[in-house]
Design a protein around this ligand. Structure first.
Ligand SMILES: [Zn+2]
Length: 143
């Protein structure tokens, strides 16, 4: 999560909402990929931290299935990212701050643990939640 927070800081440097993500290998020892919000930087509405990190991890592994991998992100995933995480087959989603307005991993929806879907990653929330949330509130305060 510390690394995801560093990534989140990079998003803010580019004028993007500070959210950062990291994909860890199945044994948890290797960082396969990182990502941060790049919507403003790239003009791509799908350039959320999680989507970028998952894409890069798949590229690094040479296949789309991220079975066994863990995605760590500073903010609860939105519906798009939750869908992408289910599709990527990551085994674990770890997030920091809850997103009561748009979260899809326990707050507003729970897409990642919807029993109607055939893949449901384990979810761990609240890791360094205060640090993750502070980054966001500081960002919006200075805008
Ligand atoms: Zn998202």
């Amino acid at each position: 999560m510390r690394l995801a927070l560093v990534e989140a800081g990079r998003a803010a440097e580019g004028g993007d909402v500070p959210v950062g993500a990291v994909v860890l290998s199945p044994d948890g020892t290797t960082v396969l990929a990182t990502g941060h919000n790049e919507r403003e930087a790239t003009g791509d509405p799908t350039a959320h931290a999680e989507v970028l990190a998952v894409r890069r991890a798949a590229a690094a592994l040479g296949e789309w299935r991220l079975t066994g991998c863990t995605l760590v992100v500073t903010l609860e995933p939105c519906t798009m990212c939750a869908g992408a995480l289910v599709q990527s087959r990551v085994d674990r989603v770890v997030y920091g701050a809850r997103d009561e307005k748009a979260g899809a991993a326990g707050s507003l929806w729970d897409v990642v643990r919807d029993r109607r879907l055939n893949h449901r990653p384990e979810v761990v929330e609240g890791v360094l939640a205060d640090d993750c949330a502070r980054l966001l509130t500081d960002f919006f305060r200075t805008r």
